[in-house]
Design a protein. Structure first.
Lengths: 337, 414
């Protein structure tokens, strides 16, 4: 099996789906001839034709509207939003139309749309190229929200998202595109090649939506993470020498509550970490669910380690980012509490 | 710096003045009455630019005496005209009935299209039955012209046990896939660029069907309007984009939407789209313009923006009182008349209709609507039910119900 970067794995997912399903089309800013600013659609236009992979005007709201219309016709559009930070002009079409269409028409129309958007910081992108906006979408009924943490999952989850008959918002942690990132910006970048999850089949397979993965088994504390923070949490547990059980949620909605509850009941402690701002972040929902379902098993207060409630600062990026030291501190607090 | 120069004039903010206060005489000085039959009809394959002067015309076919004149006369058979008249009258009778039952408390809300019936009806007559409509809430005439049963529409308005939308949508926000009628949103304007996407899909698949959308002049200020025109232009989408300029967005006159400095049809110019500006109360002109645009789209010459210049004779909805923001007699004095009266006058002039037949048809349609209304009420009304069961509330959020919705459904005890 070839080793792929996350960029290559995502590209492969779309390549496979373009070949399998003539109703799949891809559009977005710079995705056609150029292949996307992060090269995720590289070569797809040349291989599958310009009617299937094409550039869109700089109008995220327009792109989503067009996707809704195409979905109503019977196509299966994939829209690339160049940065998750640019998704806001599209939110009316996503929230008021795509997410509500099946319900408001009692199943006459639906929106089988996949919205891909690079998210997260760690690339000195400043406040407009670094945000993690997933919680805005998990709050919307009718949307599914996915965030992969490695090439194998990225391809399998993206294929599931494309095949899904409901709208899926698919966030791609851009700091993971070309290698796993453990949260130490001062250390040399690691390539995906040495990572077991970079072994990606070339053909079709899927990773079902709604299933978490236990990426590290442990008995002392449960860590709930997704995206880049999976790798940060692994580093934190190793560096602090804590027997943490780390769960990669992979899909935020629908959420794999069973995996969470089973683990927290075992460990009795829970740390939730995400890069997004804290207040009303997805961690708030996770904390509520853990206390609803595991209250009598908890031996300590649930700990949240998150980005601060500020815009993502350019020069102070690493003061904002919840790196391994902060996560390790969170783990210790959960153990001491 | 030259200190001797006079001070720059103080800047002034322009707020469009409120158009015609209640109690004032209606002021239609801004409505230029173009003569019928004088506007040239370009070939359907002309470059878009060749249509741009039409943004400042008004295509009219019916003259003041009810004669059909000029190059835009679609020369429809009298039988087609009678069917068109009937569909417009049925739409008006339906609206009147549903407005009344809302006043009786049998449902929560209603929106009439009185005075604008030619917009949905003449256009549905000009389009193929499977051309995909992305309407606003004021084109119920499309469904009626396409022969969709009134009973089904009424059950939707009552949110009763026969409502195909399971009581989820406000009255009038229909969805009728079998009549190529897209699910209506309450969010203004967002259907306009969706229609462009549908049209792009149809073109991608080498289909023959085109998309058609409508937007109010007020909502052209939304970004969706700009998106629709941009994407329609960029991808030469087979779509007809209609702006229904009925002068009023609730209480805001068209000037608040930007009608003071340019016509709405003129929005097409900067996008390189074809445009037509039409007397929206002239059944023949609306039909002819729609046919022109549909034919152009079907022949891969791209989208047309049509401004349908009409007047909202009724309130915005059952929730507003027009006497609070405009002169009561404005509707009667609209310089372009009433679409039903004008088509009826034309048919009479042709010797194909009479005022007796008009009166008789009015009464027949009122009876039909009343009978259908009684039948619909047997399936329930919003105030008295029966409605869909609570458990259906959790269905169709997703294709398959995820665990959290199943859990919430269990919390309701059903």
């Amino acid at each position: 099996m070839p080793a792929m970067t996350m960029v290559q794995a995502l590209n492969s997912a779309m390549d496979v789906m373009l070949a399998r399903d003539p109703d799949v089309v891809i559009f977005g800013e710079d995705v056609g001839f150029y292949g996307g600013v992060f090269r995720v659609t590289e070569g797809l236009q040349k291989k599958h034709g310009e009617e299937r992979v094409f550039d869109a005007p700089i109008a995220e709201g327009g792109m989503l509207a067009v996707a809704v219309g195409m979905g109503a016709y019977g196509l299966r559009p994939i829209v690339e939003i160049q940065f998750a930070d640019y998704i806001f002009p599209a939110t009316d079409q996503l929230i008021s139309a795509a997410a509500r269409l099946r319900y408001r028409s009692a199943g006459e129309y639906w929106a089988p749309i996949t919205v891909r958007a690079p998210c997260g910081g760690g690339i000195f992108g400043g406040q407009t190229h670094s945000q993690s906006v997933e919680a805005i979408f998990t709050h919307v009924c009718g949307l599914k929200t996915v965030i992969p943490s490695n090439p194998y999952d990225a391809k399998g989850l993206l294929i599931s998202a494309i095949e899904d008959d409901d709208p899926v918002v698919f966030f791609e942690p851009k700091r993971l595109y070309n290698g796993p990132f453990d949260g130490h910006p001062d250390r040399p970048s690691q390539p995906w090649t040495q990572h077991p999850k970079a072994e990606v089949p070339e053909g079709y397979y899927n990773v079902p939506l709604g299933q978490a993965a236990i990426v590290r088994e442990g008995a002392a504390v449960t860590v709930l993470v997704y995206g880049t923070m999976v790798h940060v949490a692994l580093a934190a547990a190793e560096e602090a020498g804590i027997d943490a059980e780390i769960i990669d949620l992979r899909t935020l909605l629908p959420l794999d509550l069973g995996a969470i509850v089973q683990s927290v009941k075992k460990t009795g402690r829970c740390v939730i970490a995400h890069e997004a701002t804290r207040t009303c972040g997805f961690g708030a929902e996770l904390a509520a669910l853990v206390q609803e379902h595991c209250f009598y098993h908890l031996e300590a207060p649930i700990v949240r380690v998150t980005g601060w409630d500020t815009p993502y600062p350019h020069a102070l990026e690493w003061a904002y980012f919840p790196g391994p030291a902060r996560v390790a501190d969170g783990l210790r607090r959960a153990l001491e509490g | 710096m030259d200190t001797s120069s006079p001070p720059a004039p103080r800047l002034r903010l322009h707020i469009p003045p409120h158009h015609s206060m209640p109690g004032e005489r209606p002021d239609f000085g801004y409505v230029r009455r173009y003569a019928a039959g004088v506007t040239e009809r370009p070939a359907i394959d002309v470059p878009a630019q060749a249509t741009h002067e039409l943004a400042y015309h008004l295509i009219r076919v019916l003259d003041d005496d009810g004669a059909a004149v000029g190059a835009w006369d679609p020369k429809l058979e009298p039988e087609t005209l009678r069917r068109g008249l009937r569909a417009m009258m049925l739409t008006r009778a339906f609206d009147d009935r549903m407005m009344r039952v809302q006043r009786q408390g049998k449902t929560s809300f209603y929106m009439k299209c009185t005075g604008e019936e030619a917009v949905g009806v003449a256009q549905a007559f000009a389009l193929a039955p499977d051309d995909m409509a992305f309407p606003t809430y004021r084109q119920q005439g499309i469904l009626i012209a396409r022969g969709w049963p009134l009973l089904d529409m009424m059950c939707q308005c009552y949110s009763n046990a026969q409502d195909r939308l399971k009581g989820r949508q406000l009255p009038v926000l229909y969805s009728v896939r079998d009549a190529a009628f897209f699910s209506l949103a309450g969010n203004l304007g967002n259907q306009f660029p969706q229609a462009v996407g549908w049209a792009m899909a149809s073109a991608y698949k080498g289909d023959h069907r085109i998309a058609v959308s409508w937007i109010g002049e007020g909502s052209t200020a939304e970004p969706d309007f700009h998106h629709a025109l941009t994407f329609a232009s960029v991808y030469r989408a087979p779509v007809v984009l209609n702006i229904v300029n009925n002068q009023w967005a609730i209480s805001s006159h068209q000037e608040v939407a930007g009608g003071e400095e340019a016509t709405f049809a003129a929005r097409a110019i900067g996008f390189g789209l074809a445009c037509l500006r039409v007397d929206g109360n002239d059944f023949l002109a609306v039909h002819a313009a729609t046919s022109w645009a549909a034919e152009r789209a079907r022949a891969n010459h791209g989208a047309t923006l049509i401004e349908l210049f009409t007047y909202r004779a009724g309130p915005h909805s059952t929730s507003d009182d027009p006497s609070r923001y405009r002169p009561a007699e404005e509707a009667q004095q609209w310089p372009l008349g009433d679409p039903i009266e004008r088509l009826s006058q034309h048919l009479i002039r042709l010797g194909e209709w009479s005022s007796e037949r008009q009166t008789q048809l009015e009464s027949e349609l009122a009876d039909q609507v009343r009978e259908t209304g009684r039948e619909a009420e047997r399936y329930g009304t919003l105030d008295n039910g029966p409605h869909f069961s609570t458990k259906t509330m959790f269905e169709d959020v997703f294709k398959e119900m995820p665990w959290h919705l199943r859990a919430q459904r269990q919390e309701t005890g059903v």
